[in-house]
Design a protein around this ligand. Structure first.
Ligand code: ITT
Length: 192
């Protein structure tokens, strides 16, 4: 059946479509449907993902999959976290957002960070299921690579020599926070 990808972020929509591809789902994005972007008033990734998924399912009468994600930097007390998109300003300039993080890390030895991804699947009747995935790594400077999106060029996953910005999509999907959350979602669907 048809599934709405409840995101206006083209990088996310592409990755979610790639993760869904093997399942042959017919997908349409919130952008294509010109759905409004709900205000992200939640205090957690899951709350924001659920609010976005519910709004899209309600507006379309179709099941909707939303993603709320972000980068948590240890030495910054977990910032930018749920504010990861907002740190890039209204122009969504991630080279600026990455500089802002690097500035915050001046004089710090601890360069640990992790990505979080909450995926929520909502149905038009209001039912919603959520799953969370993580990937741990270190922040590098200067940023490397132009694959992926957002903070990928400065994120070096632990145990790897390429940043997410340097990895091919398949390599990122093998270890990413989004793929981890997606696997939990798929597992739970097959248990239903
Ligand atoms: P939607 O709400 O429309 O989905 P958004 O960009 O506003 O789009 P978020 O509020 O969840 O979504 O912001 C998450 C930000 O965290 C996102 O803009 C990226 O910059 C960053 N981010 C999330 N996943 C990432 C990934 O895999 N690689 C790099 N950056 C990522």
């Amino acid at each position: 059946g048809r599934l709405v990808i409840a995101s206006h972020n083209p990088g996310k929509v592409r990755e979610i479509a790639e993760l869904l591809a093997p399942f042959g789902a017919q997908v349409v994005s919130a952008g294509e449907l010109m759905l409004p972007e709900p205000e992200e008033t939640g205090q957690t990734f899951v709350e924001n993902a659920e609010l976005k998924a519910r709004a899209a399912a309600l507006a379309t009468g179709l099941p909707a999959l939303a993603d709320d994600s972000g980068l948590a930097v240890a030495a910054l007390g977990g910032d930018p976290g749920i504010y990861s998109a907002r740190w890039a300003g209204p122009a969504r300039d991630f080279s600026y957002a990455m500089k802002r993080i690097e500035k915050g890390l001046e004089g710090q030895y601890n360069r640990d960070a992790h990505f979080v991804c909450a995926l929520s699947l909502a149905w038009p009747d209001g039912h919603v299921e959520s799953f969370e995935g993580f990937v741990h790594g270190k922040l590098v400077w200067p940023p490397r690579g132009n694959q992926g999106f957002g903070y990928d060029p400065m994120f070096l996953p632990n145990g790897h020599s390429e940043t997410f910005g340097e990895m091919e999509p398949a390599a990122k999907h093998a270890i990413s926070h989004r793929a981890a959350a997606f696997r939990l979602l798929v597992d739970s669907c097959f248990r239903l």
